[in-house]
Design a protein. Structure first.
Length: 184
């Protein structure tokens, strides 16, 4: 049995949960999400708490137990509060612009990079270099943030590129600094 899977999920006020077969529908003020429950697991609701239990004792069901509990917990939190992910751009001339459903990045290529914002997510740009993504689906939000970062990942010599705000880029000395160290 999984340690994470055993924890009960507290249901926030204003969140309704409905189970139809192997689908769990979670509705709240930020939207609606559906989660598919594996057949090895059962979900029960009691006293504003959800519990996930396994039907079969095996390694596979134990790993599904913890994963399914985390996905359901993220859905409950997402429809109640939502999730936010921030990316920062560093480099000369790097900037971003958010329109209705597209994000335009100018990151040193000969052309601007146009991205379509997935449905259910919102993008805003602060100070032309900080991209703020918000949404209720944590997996979709993380995937889109990773797609943006993959366009121009941060490089270790000057730190140029797109990185998460909380990410720390480990810097390396360049050729000149290494030559100066070797000569002394």
């Amino acid at each position: 049995m999984s340690k994470i899977g055993r924890k009960p999920i507290a249901i926030n006020p204003g969140v309704t949960i409905e189970q139809k077969g192997s689908e769990l529908f979670v509705r709240g003020q930020k939207g609606e999400l559906s989660v598919t429950i594996p057949k090895e697991l059962t979900v029960t609701m009691k006293d504003n708490q959800l519990t996930v239990a396994t039907n079969v004792e095996s390694n596979e069901s134990a790993s599904l137990h913890g994963m399914a509990r985390s996905i359901i917990s993220n859905a409950v939190t997402g429809v109640a509060e939502g999730f936010t992910r921030k990316l920062e751009m560093k480099g000369t001339g790097y900037r971003a612009e958010a329109k209705e459903n597209s994000l335009t990045l100018i990151v040193g290529f000969s052309h601007p990079v146009e991205l379509t914002i997935p449905e259910g997510l919102e993008a805003a740009v602060e100070h032309n270099v900080v991209i703020v993504l918000t949404g209720s689906d944590r997996q979709k939000l993380g995937h889109f943030a990773a797609q943006i970062r993959a366009i121009r990942p941060p490089e270790p010599y000057k730190g140029k590129g797109i990185k998460y705000v909380e990410e720390i880029v480990k810097r390396k000395p360049g050729k000149a600094a290494k030559a100066a160290q070797a000569g002394s």
